[in-house]
Design a protein around this ligand. Sequence first.
Ligand code: G3H
Ligand code: 13P
Ligand code: ZN
Length: 333
Amino acid sequence: MVSFKELGLVNTKDMFAKAIKGGYAIPAFNFNNMEQLQAIIKAAASTKSPVILQVSKGARNYANQTLLRYMAQGAVEYAKELGWENPQICLHLDHGDSFEVCKSCVDFGFSSVMIDGSHLPYEENVALTKKVVEYAHAHGVTVEGELGVLAGVEDEVASEVSHYTKPEEVIDFTEKTGCDSLAISIGTSHGAYKFTPEQCTVDPETGRLVPPPLAFDILEEIMEKLPGFPIVLHGSSSVPQEYVDIINANGGALPNAVGIPEEQLRKAAASAVCKINIDSDSRLAFTAAVRKVFAEKPAEFDPRKYCGPARDLMVELYTHKIKEVLGSDGKAE
Ligand code: G3H
Ligand code: 13P
Ligand code: ZN
C-alpha cells in the first residue's frame, strides 16, 4: 500500500475548487507511452498548468499498470527538473469498471479514480459508486462518477446511441454516493468520429463538416441543481483537421473524422465543467507526425527519428489546449 502523497501527486479537490471559481478547466490527458507522458509534462511545466494524467483500461492492458504508475511518479521528478517547483499532477484511473480495479489503483498510489457505472441500472450505479467513494475517501483519493451514457466506446462498454444525463437524477446521485465530481453526457463521444456526416452541416467556404452544438441547456440545468459542483466532460477531442489532412495525405484513411469545436470547449471550461478529457487528439498528432516521417524518409528505421517528431507535435497540441482552450495556464505556479 502506498499513498499518492508519498509520490508527490495531488488529488483533484483543490484543483477543481480553484478551476470552478476561476472559470477554467483542468486538462485530463490519457497516456499509454513515454513520449505522450514526456509531452504532457513538458507542456504542463512550461505553462505551469495543473494536469491530470489518465490511465484507461486499454492503457493498463497495453503498457502495464505498474509501469504506468512508476512513470507517473517519475513524471513528478521530471517536472521539477524542468523548473516547475510545485508540480500539481494528479494520477487518475479513467473509466474504472469495478470496485476491485479502483481499489487496486487507490492502494497503488493513484490520487483519483473514476468509477464508470453509467451503463448499469441507476440504483446499481449508485451502490457501486458509493462503495468506491467510501474506500477511496478513507485514503484521501477523489472519485469521479458518471451519469448518462456517451455514444461510442467507453473502453469495453459500447453504446450505439448517447443517453444524455437526466438533470433530475444528479442531486440524488451525488448525495447518495458522495462522489467528488460527475461526468455527464451532453452530446460528446469518444474517438475521432463523434458525429455522422448526416448529423453535421457543411461549411460552404471550407467544405468541412460542422458538428451540431452540445446540449448546453442540459449542462445549465445540471449546474442549477448542483451549484458549484465539479462537472467532467469526456470525449472532448476536437479532431484537428490539420492532423487528419496530414494523415490522409500520407497513406492514412480517416474520412469524415470530426470532433468538438474548440469554441464549445471554451464555453464549457468557463462553466462548472472543470475537467476536460482529451485522448484522441494526441493519437492523431502522434500518427500524423509518424506518417509524415515514413512518407518523406522511407529509409528511416530509428524509432527516435519518428517518435521524436511525434512528441514535438504533441507538446504543441497540449500547450495549445492548455493556453488557448482550457485556460489552465499559470494556475499552478
Ligand atoms: O475512454 C476512452 C479513452 O480514450 C481511452 O481509450 O481504452 O483505447 O485506452 P482506450
Ligand atoms: P476523446 O476520445 O474525445 O479524446 O475522449 C477521451 C476521453 O474521454 C477519455 O476518458
Ligand atoms: Zn472517457
